[in-house]
Design a protein around this ligand. Sequence first.
Ligand code: HEM
Length: 155
Amino acid sequence: MSRKKSLCLGLSAILLAGCASGGRRPPAVDPDSLYARLGELNGVARATDAMVNHVLSDPVILENKQLQQRAKPENVPGLKVQITVLIASRSGGPYQYTGQSMKEAHRGMEVTEAQWAAFMKDCADGLDEAKVPARERQGVLDLFASMKADIVERE
Ligand code: HEM
């Protein structure tokens, strides 16, 4: 057998083995999941981008001294990735969030009730800017609301 032919057969075998094991096939996503309805990874990332931009330009949020030190401009792209993966993983997407727990990430930040209220308003505005429909907008806000007890530390 020529070298070319045997190389070709070898490659076909590898490709067939890959298909048979389903190794490269992305995991199925429930089309009714919040993740799917948000527009999967690009939709979640776009919404996160808009939400974080609103939050980080809000004077009420910027009053938080810890935030000023911890959310430096060079950390913002990574923060957006972490939040995107967190939302994707909690909304039915095929991702696993491996960052800090919400309690760990926000420990000692002394987030107040007023800052929390401002945060939720900024996120709602970001979701509107990203043109997220009403049901999905509420889904994201409900997801955040479920984490409040781990984040707010002060009256
Ligand atoms: C439900 C609401 C919130 C969610 C889902 C959320 C999510 C996250 C995530 C995923 C991280 C990254 C953790 C890591 O790097 O392992 C993070 C970090 C951070 N969050 Fe939040 N956050 C929320 C609310 C807030 C609020 C209200 C504030 C401030 C007022 C805030 C300020 C910060 C800051 C400054 C960091 C960076 C911490 C550091 O790297 O030291 N977050 N958040």
